[in-house]
Design a protein around this ligand. Structure first.
Ligand code: P6P
Length: 344
């Protein structure tokens, strides 16, 4: 397969959007640039002095690792300079960041809003476990009035694009613009993301379930029942499944996308709304997995149909191979159609 860089691919696919004038293409390019800069630092975190904690706390009350802060700054800098983005919601900031008021920007007719987790799984940084960046892109609804947080609180099925970068044994960028999912691997020798996984599809079935079983006693009964179902012997349905949990959402979901399987972070007695964030973790990953032929539900709804009410709201999530998520719906005592009533 001839080498095709992310930039060439984006331009080539621009034809999918007849009215596009290249803004989304440039925005995706800006994200790719930030990812390459972050990759350089993540890869030498053990060596550079940016390992360890910055001493500050983020909105989650978590001690910020310096790489979190660095990644956040790189994305904000690249998006601000690129001019296509007008507003950013980041896990690292309590409120949104309105780029239209920043003087450093050139013209700010930026049409797009970016929700991002600049470095997800950061508690794993010092352990050399794969971490990732997650981004979700919306179109600004009304260009003629000042930006408010309401512009960001858009429902997930209105996403224009979504993607993640996984900084692992190799660095990959995987994204969708609503017309399938494509994966690019960073070739350090030329400093370019190159198409390596065209048209990614998640198998309808998998043999892996991914959940933090340390929370078992705090799970609702239907999750406990499903975990037991995964562990039962049944040759016809390839059970028992294998349990794999990295504790880094991007890494767990990247494996799920490639091999098939299911990832669950349900509501628990300590996290009644689940732990993962809707805007910049669950919505983008749900968009990608659905585009690859999978499914993503919260306790009651299709993740992409949840109407956000605040930037950092959490949601339970069960996501992965279509048939496996449907099986969880059976244990939830709700027919699949009912849970996914809104349709795709
Ligand atoms: P737990 C990492 O901190 C993260 O936000 C996700 O990347 C990951 O899936 C989850 O939390 C892990 O949470 O409670 O199992 O450690």
């Amino acid at each position: 397969m001839a080498l095709k860089t992310l930039g060439q691919f984006i331009i080539e696919k621009q034809a999918d959007f007849p009215y596009a004038k290249g803004e989304l293409s440039r925005l995706l390019r800006d994200i790719g640039i930030a990812a390459k800069v972050i990759n350089r630092e993540v890869n030498k975190a053990g060596l550079a002095d940016i390992l360890g904690e910055s001493g500050d706390q983020n909105v989650q009350g978590e001690m910020q690792k310096k790489l979190d802060v660095y990644a956040d700054e790189q994305f904000i800098e690249a998006l601000s300079r690129g001019g296509e983005c007008c507003y950013i919601a980041s896990e690292e900031h309590e409120g949104g960041i309105d780029l239209t008021v920043r003087t450093t920007a050139t013209s700010h007719s930026g049409k797009y809003i970016v929700c991002m987790d600049p470095l997800d799984g950061s508690s794993n940084i010092d352990l050399n476990v794969s971490v990732g960046s997650i981004f979700s892109i919306y179109r600004r609804k009304d260009l003629n009035r000042p930006l408010t947080e309401a512009d960001v609180l858009q429902v997930g099925h209105d996403q224009v694009a979504a993607g993640y970068v996984i900084y692992g044994s190799s660095t990959m960028l995987v994204y969708t613009t609503g017309k399938g999912v494509n994966g690019f691997t960073l070739d350090p020798s030329i400093g370019e993301f190159c198409l390596s996984h065209p048209d990614m599809r998640i198998p309808a079935e998998g043999r892996t379930y991914s959940i933090n079983e340390g929370n078992y006693l705090k799970f609702p009964q239907y999750i406990k029942d499903y975990i037991k179902y995964c562990q039962m012997e049944d040759v016809e349905t390839n059970r028992p499944y294998t349990s794999r949990y990295i504790g880094s959402m991007v890494a767990d979901l990247h494996r799920t996308l490639i091999t098939g399987g299911i990832f669950l972070y349900p509501e628990t007695s300590s996290y009644p709304d689940g732990k993962l964030r809707l805007l910049y973790e669950c919505n983008p990953m749900a968009f990608i997995i659905e585009q690859a032929g999978g499914m993503a539900i919260s306790a009651r709804d299709r993740v992409l149909d949840i109407k956000p009410v605040h930037l950092h709201q959490r949601t339970p999530i069960v996501i992965g191979s279509m048939n496996m998520v449907k099986k969880v719906c059976e244990f939830m005592n709700r027919p699949y159609e009912d849970v996914n009533a809104a349709g795709s």
